[in-house]
Design a protein around this ligand. Structure first.
Ligand code: NDP
Length: 289
């Protein structure tokens, strides 16, 4: 029955998922390690049937969705479960290697396996127009068979048969986000002691970052064709020369350069290796171990 599923894990995310599936008309069987969580669930998904054991939850549906704290908790919770013939979707955050190992583990137990990386916070789940989506990777057959159910709580983006790819995409996006956050933290620190309101700087930062976001596509193009040359426009020689002003300004403003220097140091390294005419794409190569 494709209109029913079992969900293991009623944390903040599991509860939001349960509410979204119930709103979409799915019959839900739920399990949580601490039974008390089912009480909170009664408010958002009153028709969900809470069962006391993992075995009962797994037996109730072909589609079994897991959303627990980490990969260890998934192994622990499903240690004795009979997964034969099940379609296991793991929305627990993990690393690519953990996801690949979990896929093999599920396969050995007779299940099809799909890994997911959720690009949303719980309030975005099931909210139309929130932009929430989930990266999926692993069994394409499972993804196709349950596409409707998987589309109910959030958008879907299937990124390949390699079970590690969902986690890899998830972490790539999050890592880029922290780079952006670190730049924003530095920018706010620069003006913090001045008569410039952070709320005045904010829209300027947002539109600047949005405009600069265009460079992501050109960097990708460079990485694919192997030619990082940008010519005279904003080349590495110019950017490294300009970086002295960034460091000096931080010093003048009494702001630590600890978030800024790692990136600038790599730009300098790439320049020193003779790549003055390139843009900053070559920094990527310097990171590879
Ligand atoms: P919570 O901390 O709210 O819930 C954790 C859940 O895992 C609870 O149901 C908890 O059960 C269960 N759990 C923990 N350890 C074990 C164990 N050893 N055995 C069985 N169950 C266990 O986390 P979230 O719901 O927010 O997150 C769940 C997953 O979703 C995580 O992997 C998280 O990274 C991911 N995610 C969360 C996002 C968010 O913004 N919240 C965003 C994107 C992904 P109990 O109630 O008994 O403690």
């Amino acid at each position: 029955n494709t209109r029913s599923l079992s969900l293991l894990g009623l944390g903040a995310m599991g509860t939001a998922l349960a509410a979204a599936w119930q709103d979409a008309g799915y019959a839900l069987t739920v399990w949580n390690r601490t039974p008390g969580r089912a009480t909170a669930l009664a408010d958002v998904a009153p028709a969900a049937v809470a069962v006391p054991t993992v075995a009962e939850a797994v037996a109730a549906s072909r589609l079994v969705v897991v959303c627990l704290l980490d990969d260890d908790s998934v192994g622990e919770a499903l240690a004795d479960a009979d997964l034969t013939g099940k379609d296991l979707v793991n929305l627990t955050t993990s690393t690519p290697a953990q996801a690949r190992a979990r896929a093999e583990w599920a396969c050995e137990r007779g299940a099809r396996y799909l890994d997911g990386g959720i690009m949303a916070v719980p309030p975005m789940i099931g909210a139309a127009g929130s932009g929430a989506y989930v990266f999926y990777s692993g069994s394409r057959g499972l993804f196709e068979a349950h596409r409707d159910a998987l589309s109910a709580p959030a958008g879907t983006n299937y990124v390949g048969e390699d079970a590690g790819f969902a986690a890899l995409h998830d972490v790539a996006l999050l890592s880029a986000m922290y780079g952006m956050f670190s730049g924003v933290a530095h920018a706010f620190a620069l003006i913090r002691k001045e008569e410039i309101a952070p709320t005045d700087l904010a829209p300027l930062l947002t539109s600047w970052l949005t405009a600069m976001g265009q460079s992501v596509g050109s960097m990708a193009g460079h990485l694919e064709d192997g030619d990082y040359t940008t010519g005279v426009v904003s080349n590495l020689a110019m950017q490294v020369a300009g970086s002295a002003t960034l460091l000096r300004t931080a010093e003048e403003q009494g702001v630590s350069t600890e978030l800024l220097t790692p990136y600038l140091t790599l730009m300098k390294q790439r320049l020193a290796a003779g790549h003055a005419e390139e843009d900053t794409t070559g920094v990527t190569d310097l990171l590879l171990r």
